[in-house]
Design a protein around this ligand. Structure first.
Ligand SMILES: [Zn+2]
Length: 137
């Protein structure tokens, strides 16, 4: 899948969501919410743009920033692929030498009291991508 395929995928989802679940369409009207949790939502736009919307709570809840860096893109696609497996084609593939993430013991999640939170060390994969981390675990 390339960016054009991703754009076509998103446009189809936006069309379907207009009829069935308009709450999955970004307020801008041109992106589909592929994943969401408290304070963060991931979108894929009709142009194939993958981005993360984060509520900074600063100064008040509802103050959003939009991240389009590679890490945010990976995070959005990682969680999106759990619901839409076809999106896993956009994720880095684990090689035999990539170790489990020590911070989350290979689960992709860490405990915060009774809650589970996304592991920032491995971007939720549960393993360390030696190719993109430059060999640092
Ligand atoms: Zn981890």
């Amino acid at each position: 899948m390339n960016r054009n395929n991703l754009a076509a995928w998103a446009r189809q989802r936006i069309d379907e969501a207009r009829r069935a679940s308009p709450n999955l369409i970004a307020p801008s009207g041109d992106a589909f919410m592929v994943w969401g949790t408290i304070g963060s939502c991931g979108y894929i736009s009709a142009e194939g743009d993958v981005y993360l919307e984060e509520d900074t709570m600063d100064p008040v809840p509802g103050t959003f920033i939009f991240r389009r860096d590679e890490r945010a893109r990976r995070q959005v696609l990682f969680f999106a692929a759990r619901r839409y497996p076809e999106l896993s084609a956009y994720l880095p593939k684990r090689s035999g030498g990539d170790p489990d993430c020590a911070a989350c013991i290979g689960t992709g999640w860490r405990s915060a009291g009774e809650h589970k939170i996304f592991c920032e060390t491995c971007d939720g994969r549960g393993w360390i991508d030696m190719a993109s981390s430059g060999g640092a675990a």
